[in-house]
Ligand binder design. Structure first.
Ligand code: AMP
Length: 199
């Protein structure tokens, strides 16, 4: 759809790989499955949003994750005459999530596979490049459970926050990939089949 994709997790992992001060600061939180402090995250997002042309749609992935982050986002967007149009709540049970997240593998280039639902042709290697796939340290089942506990405590309150703003849409995330994708597109107001896929 030509929208920009801003994933705070991807930005943090890139900072970590590049060995920047931000990456070093974030590392211990990420490895423990905890949240990186709000001020660090908000600065990171503000910087990225400022660099983006204002007419272009942006998908924020993994952000905001706390009410203070949501408040900061609202303020940053308001300064530029922008706003949050839609917030998608993808709902799935805890065991489904642990299976999906701990089964995730990604290529160094960023293609994401899943050993249960979307495996590569040769186990452990990317179909496109043949490179060895990465299993994120924080995708181990124990850390995933910790991340879910953090979600319930710090992130779940955003459901009420955005519901009150009238922008929340719930999507059943338990179906297969095609069904969830169709529901997701509908939730953001795009008729399925009308998009120009980029991959
Ligand atoms: P993700 O790739 O979105 O699952 O994020 C991986 C990890 O990066 C999280 O478990 C957190 O430690 C950190 N992180 C990513 N986004 C945020 C955020 N919005 N607020 C705080 N920490 C974050």
């Amino acid at each position: 759809m030509g929208w920009a994709h801003v994933s705070t997790g991807d930005l943090l992992r890139a900072a970590l790989k590049a060995g920047t001060a931000l990456g070093l600061e974030a590392r211990r939180f990420m490895e423990a499955g905890e949240l990186v402090p709000d001020d660090v995250i908000v600065d990171l997002v503000r910087e990225h949003l400022a660099a983006m042309p204002s007419g272009r749609g942006v998908v924020l992935d993994g952000f905001p994750r706390t009410v203070p982050q949501a408040e900061a986002l609202g303020a940053v967007l308001a300064e530029e005459g922008r706003r949050v149009d839609r917030v998608v709540l993808l709902e799935a049970g805890e065991e489904v999530l642990v299976k999906r997240i701990s089964g995730r593998r990604s290529s160094p280039g960023g293609r994401v596979y899943n050993v249960h639902f979307d495996p590569p042709r040769r186990a452990g290697y990317c179909d496109d490049t043949g490179e060895a796939l990465i299993h994120r340290a924080d995708d181990q089942p124990e850390t995933v459970r910790k991340r879910l506990a953090v979600y319930h405590e710090a992130t779940a309150p955003l459901v009420g926050y955005y519901d009150a703003e009238g922008v929340l849409v719930r999507v059943d995330g338990e179906g297969d990939i095609a069904r969830v994708q169709a529901a997701l597109l509908e939730a953001v107001g795009v008729a399925h089949g009308s998009t120009v896929a980029s991959d």
